[in-house]
Each structure stands twice: as C-alpha cells, then as structure tokens.
Design a protein around this ligand. Structure first.
Ligand SMILES: Cc1cc2nc3c(=O)[nH]c(=O)nc-3n(C[C@H](O)[C@H](O)[C@H](O)COP(=O)(O)OP(=O)(O)OC[C@H]3O[C@@H](n4cnc5c(N)ncnc54)[C@H](O)[C@@H]3O)c2cc1C
Length: 420
C-alpha cells in the first residue's frame, strides 16, 4: 500500500490529510531549497507516495523581501506563497513540526508521528542568532514576516506619537548588526524617513534617525570589500549614521549602549547573524560554529550517504568558492542537484559532484539603489537595483506573488501600508 493511504480530506498540495508513516524520499522544509528540489524531481519519483515534503507551515514567506514589508512598501501577501501550487501533482505534503532525526533507524520524528525514509533531505533553513539574554527583551528580532509586521507597527507608532510626546530618541531607530540584512533594512528606513517627511507636508518636521551599529570595522564582512565601500558611501548619503567598531554592550527601553556611547533610541532591531535551524544543530554530526552540518561532494552527511543537508543548514566547502554562504543562490542550486542525485542513485548511474556556480550577490540600498557583483563584475546604482529585483522575482517563483510584488513596487508613490 502506498504510504499516503487516503482517510478523507486533502492537504494543500492535493495529498491526503492523514499522516503518512513512510516514503521513499522525505524532504524537510519547503523553503527555497525544498521547492526548487520539488520542481526537479526525476520521473521515477513523481509517482504517488514516493516523495513526502514536511513543513511546520503550509505557506512559505520569502524572507529576502521582508524589509520592504517592514517599511510598508510591500504587502505581506506579496511575499507569502501557499505551498500547494509548488508541490501539487509532484509530491505529498505533511504539515508537522519535525522534532528530530534517528539517523541510525532512518526515522524522522515529527509532531504527527514517525516517518521512515530511504532517502532524507534536510532543508530547514536558519534562525537568527539572538542577542545575549539580558539584551533580548529590548530588541525586536528581524527574521520572519511577523517580525517585519511588528517592526512596521513600532515605526508607525513612533512617528505618530512623537509630535505629541517628543522624548530623546523618540524617532531614532537603532539597527544592531551590519550584515546584509542590517544594511538593507537601514537603507529602507532612510527611504521611509524621506517618504514620511514628504507626506507630512511640514519641512521642519524631523525624520527618523537611523543608526546602524556594527561590532567590526566592516559592513557585510563576508562579501568583497567593494560592498562595504559602496554601502558606507550610499548609506551616508541617505542620512544613515553608520557606527563601526560599536558592539552592543547594553540596552534598555530608552536606548542602546554601543562602542561605549549611549544612543537614545525608541526602536531597536537586532539583525546580528544567523545560525542553522535547531533541528540540524541538534544532530550529532560535524558542524561549524553556526551549527551548519558539514556535507560532502554530494551534499550528504559523512557516514550517512542517504541523508542530504541543503541550503542555510548545510556547510559545503566548495573547492573554488570556499565555504558556501547561507544565501538564496546556494539553496536554489542545491535543491535541484539533490533531486537529480537521488534519481541517479535509483537508476544506478554515475553521480557527478555538486558544483556551485557563483553568480555573484546583490544588496539593495533602498528603492533606487543597490550594489552587486554579477559574475564577478562590480555594479552599483539603479542598474544594480534592477538586477537585484529581477533576481528576487526569479527566486520568488509564485506567478501571483511576482505580479503582486511588481505592482506594489510600481505603485509605491501612492502610499505605504501602515503609515500615514
Ligand atoms: C531577512 C532576510 C533577508 C534575506 N535576504 C536575502 C537576499 O537578499 N538574497 C539572498 O540570496 N538570500 C537572502 N536571505 C537568505 C535566504 O532567504 C536563505 O538563504 C534561503 O531562504 C535558504 O533556503 P533554505 O531552503 O535553506 O531555507 P528556508 O527558505 O528558510 O526554508 C526552510 C523551511 O523549513 C521549515 N522548517 C524549519 N524547521 C522546521 C522544523 N523543525 N519542522 C518543520 N519545518 C521546518 C520552515 O518553515 C521553512 O519553510 C535572507 C534571509 C533573511 C532572513
């Protein structure tokens, strides 16, 4: 009997609602790596009951665009994709929390029971590195759509209430962490400030003060120093105060102590790094300091050739590019590779190793600007922003969401969601 025996009702991907107990290929995570894997399944695995995808959620939020939701430029629906259309007709779907993996027993442990597998793909992504415990209550996290909506509310409240109750730092936003997320968010906040001042119609009204706090001497340290130089220049031009060598030492509801300087700030956001999802961090396998599981040339765990780890949760040492970073570009290449590699194993054909194609990276610096390195070339300004948006629309996949995001961008002059 196929594992997905029907017991009435259907999941969002068109499969039955009852929890299956086994599948030939089980995939954890229907994020970027998981959906790109599902689209590339070989014919042998497209039969009912062969592949089961498990995720805690039946919708996927496209994280690279949540900073635009936080400033009201994109509608939350434009970055939220139901999993159904991505999987329908290709594989089964089970909505469940995966709590562990019994690697020896080949069992996936979930909130809906145990599932046995022949091949397992772990693509559960990453989670933010939280601030030290005593600082945590004073910072908003920034990783999920809910975080972005909470930040939007905090910004709107600060803007609304400041004229009635002006307090030191009442319009200051402190962003802790000068990685790509912190830089993109700071630039969007500066653009939001320009928008709010323009809309208020009062030239004398102060805008938001945006301060980006970075512990080291470099923004986006893992990228080519060109990104740091351009970001410093452009953020400065937009009015963002960038404070390098400013680790956060303390915080309260009134502000932040960073680099031994006190900064009054009503809104405080934490964007300082990511680590592998807990599910992978808890596996007893070799990992790096971020808990990413080390994988070999076929993206499988040493000693467990049937278990793939992909995307943000994996550490792949590329012979040319070095350790691959936790980015969309890596996830969308690893998903299809794993699907094809399982197909090759089933057919008994030769298995080439995973080869990463470095297409470069793009960082948005507000609605009209970006910095990018397509195929090793350096690019900035409006052309880089156009490239950034087209790459993200490509990753976004859902036709409806692409249209929604593009129309939100086209209509941004009409106003911003959640702001006056
Ligand atoms: C704010 C932000 C901005 C970013 N900007 C960019 C950018 O501009 N460019 C870029 O290339 N990359 C960017 N990234 C990184 C990019 O989003 C990730 O590299 C990519 O999503 C990783 O894909 P993945 O498939 O490994 O994980 P994800 O896409 O995160 O998917 C993981 C999936 O696993 C599920 N899951 C996790 N744990 C469990 C569990 N225990 N049980 C069940 N389900 C589980 C989750 O619900 C999720 O659906 C950004 C990330 C963030 C957070």
């Amino acid at each position: 009997m196929p594992p997905h025996a029907e017991h009435g009702g259907r999941d969002p991907a068109g499969g039955p609602l009852s929890a299956p107990t086994r599948a030939r290929l089980v995939v954890v995570g229907v994020g970027l790596a998981g959906t790109h894997l599902a689209r590339s399944l070989p014919p042998a695995l497209r039969r009912p009951g062969e592949v089961l995808v498990v995720d805690r959620s039946d919708r996927y939020v496209f994280a690279p665009l949540i900073h635009e939701v936080a400033v009201g430029r994109l509608h939350p629906d434009s970055v939220t994709l139901p999993v159904g259309p991505a999987l329908r007709g290709r594989c089964g779907f089970l909505r469940a929390e995966v709590t562990g993996v019994d690697l020896e027993g080949r069992l996936l442990l979930t909130s809906r029971g145990e599932i046995s597998y022949e091949h397992l793909v772990l693509a559960p992504g990453s989670e933010p590195v939280p601030p030290p415990r005593r600082l945590a209550p004073h910072f908003l996290p920034f990783h999920t759509l809910e975080d972005a909506l909470r930040l939007r509310e905090a910004l709107a409240a600060a803007w609304r209430e400041h004229p009635r109750n002006p307090v030191p730092g009442g319009l200051t936003v402190a962003v802790a962490g000068g990685g790509t997320t912190g830089v993109e968010l700071a630039a969007e906040l500066a653009a939001l400030s320009r928008y709010l001042r323009r809309r208020s119609g009062r030239r004398t009204r102060p805008g938001l003060r945006v301060v980006l706090l970075e512990a080291t001497g470099h923004l986006m340290g893992w990228l080519d120093p060109y990104f740091h130089r351009v970001a410093l220049e452009e953020l400065g031009r937009m009015g963002v105060e960038v404070r390098l060598h400013s680790p956060v030492e303390d915080a309260s509801e009134e502000g932040v102590l960073a680099g031994e300087k006190w900064l009054p700030a009503r809104v405080r956001v934490w964007t300082a790094g990511v680590r592998a999802s807990r599910l992978v961090r808890e596996l007893l396998v070799p990992q790096d300091s971020a808990g990413r599981a080390k994988v070999g040339t076929h993206l499988t765990l040493a000693g467990h050739p049937d278990v793939y780890v992909l995307g943000d949760a994996a550490l792949r040492e590329d012979p040319h590019a070095g350790p691959l970073p936790p980015t969309g570009s890596v996830a969308v290449q690893q998903g299809p590779y794993a699907a094809r590699d399982v197909g090759r194993r089933l057919r008994g054909s030769a298995r080439p190793p995973f080869r990463f194609v470095d297409r470069g990276y793009a960082v948005s610096l507000g609605p009209e600007n970006a910095v990018a390195s397509p195929f090793g070339r350096r690019m900035r300004g409006a052309p880089a922003q156009a490239l950034y948006r087209s790459v993200l629309l490509y990753y976004l996949r859902g036709r409806r969401q692409r249209l929604l995001a593009a129309s939100d961008w086209a209509m941004e002059r009409m106003g911003r969601l959640g702001f006056p």
